[in-house]
Ligand binder design. Structure first.
Ligand SMILES: *Cc1c(COP(=O)(O)O)cnc(C)c1O
Length: 230
């Protein structure tokens, strides 16, 4: 078995154990393999091991990788990194999910570009849950207004929220940030939005996936534990 294949098996075991410990069903959780800074061959290896969801944090890296697999319609592509509005046009042809949508301007641009490709793109609103200034995402107070505006946008669907915890070893802090995201998610889910199917909570990376699962994550974005150090 290749290293990547072994790693994938190990990460699935970690997910299963974490789910078991908090009484969740592992089938509720989508594993997004974050292949940033790793070559196309690494994706091929993971794909051959059965992995279908892949994520990248930069448009200029995601686009050539999507092109390299354009004959593989089963792969699901996720844009997970900071979103520059002027680069959304390059994504619209092939991307399936955009996790990192922080503001109305990005929503409008996704709508415009997805419409011209005659596609519907799945969107997660990124919420700023950490106390670090450089982490992007909308402020919690702006979230309802943002989801509301998507009602005018037939070429995207709001499918949930995404958040990144502070870069810290303090797991209590990480947990409280994830819990905030979960609370916002539950609040918005209870509302009757016309163009939102709020079912996904994208939170959890290599170092905090267990906490994320305990706090309700349904999408894990895992790089290092699958592909190795960058
Ligand atoms: C790189 C990255 C990840 C994966 O991080 P690991 O610690 O390598 O698992 C997850 N989310 C985003 C937004 C990233 O940029």
């Amino acid at each position: 078995m290749s290293r990547i294949e072994t790693n994938l098996a190990e990460i699935k075991q970690r997910i299963e154990t974490a789910c078991k410990n908090c009484g969740r069903n592992p089938n509720e959780i989508t594993l997004v393999a974050v292949s940033k800074m790793h070559p196309v061959e690494a994706i091929t290896t993971a794909r051959e091991a059965g992995q279908l969801h892949f994520g990248e944090n930069k448009v200029q890296e995601l686009v050539p990788k999507m092109d390299a697999f354009e004959n593989d319609p089963e792969i699901v592509w996720h844009m997970i990194g900071t979103l520059q509005t002027n680069k959304i046009k390059y994504l619209a042809k092939s991307v399936h999910w955009i996790h990192s949508v922080p503001k109305l301007k990005s929503l409008k641009e996704i709508q415009k570009r997805a419409a011209s490709e005659d596609r519907v793109i799945n969107v997660l609103i990124q919420v700023n849950i950490s106390d670090e200034d450089q982490k992007s995402g909308c402020e919690p107070d702006d979230l309802p207004g943002l989801i509301q505006r998507a009602e005018e946008m037939p070429n995207l669907v709001i499918r949930g929220l995404m958040g990144m915890a502070s870069f810290t070893d303090n797991m209590d802090q990480v947990r409280s940030e994830f819990r905030l995201l979960r609370t916002l998610f539950d609040q918005e889910k209870a509302k009757d939005y016309k163009n939102a199917k709020l079912e996904h909570l994208s939170m959890g990376m290599t170092n905090d996936l267990e906490v994320a699962i305990e706090e309700g994550s349904t999408m894990l974005r895992i790089g290092t534990a699958i592909f190795g150090e960058r």
